[in-house]
Design a protein around this ligand. Sequence first.
Ligand code: UDP
Ligand code: MG
Length: 322
Amino acid sequence: MTETARPALSIVAPCYNEEGVLHELHQRLVGVCRQAVGWDFEIVLIDDGSRDRTRAIIGELCAADPHVVGVFLSRNHGHQLALTAGLNICRGERVLIIDADLQDPPELLHDMMALMDGGADVVYGQRTARDGESAFKRFTADLFYRILGKLVDVNIPPNTGDFRLMSRPVLDELNRLPEQHRFVRGLVSWIGYKQVPLQYHRHARFAGTTHYPVKAMIRFAIDAITGFSTVPLRMATYLGLLAALVGICMMGWAAYSYFAGIAIRGWTTIMAPMLILGSTQLLVLGVIGEYLGRLYMQSKNRPLFIIEEIKRSEGALQPPLH
Ligand code: UDP
Ligand code: MG
């Protein structure tokens, strides 16, 4: 394949410790791609510094099937950056983002392609049901999208993941966005163009366990909110105003008690404003710190990820030799 020739379709799947699913993933992806675009596709598997056999298995898949492109990151960069690496490397006219764990059924590709043939630039999967996820995860995800919806000007549809089909123009725009703390589905919404949902039923993982424990979920949520909204900073101002108002009221009360000759025992009146002001200040500082930290990291202008190796077969995409 020449440098400029593009396959009709790229599939991008970030993989972190996914040794148990890769063969099944590969088989199912090849099946749906063949039906959709013949042999004119590539499957980009990004190894995000896995500690199990993921890297070796992706290497084997590359050797066996010229449609597989292996991207090996230098260490674990996290889901969103691994995905970003894959989106930078892939060459397709259309690109499907999918999790490696087969929670999102690849078979939906046909419906997504049909919607795109009908004029859509982005077809995003919207979950109607989620198997194998705890009530806690569903509740927090729901809460997260509600808060996000309130805070953010961009319309980020609820119950979506990164599972989506995008056209080349949208992908090129996405690849131009330089931010480090990436919330890819939000960035895609921000880009605009014609975006349509496709509702689907999200399955349980094929194998392995989630890589989003509560700590990672909180980090993900803060990245999403700070990436798209400065409302928390404004809320800090309102909180400051509220604390000032309470302080003024308390001063009025203290003055009244003084002139009315009510004995002031002192302790409560001192402690109350101290606690209110102290905690408000810390909270506000924390919020400012979140933004400042991101500004600092961004100002370093480091590359978003480091690719140690790319394995791809040159030459036209042919059926695999077996
Ligand atoms: N993933 C990754 N790097 C990480 C964590 C996760 O590339 O540091 C990949 C993982 O292999 C999977 C996808 O991101 O393909 C989504 O992760 P996971 O299934 O653990 O998240 P969940 O579906 O539970 O929200
Ligand atoms: Mg998953």
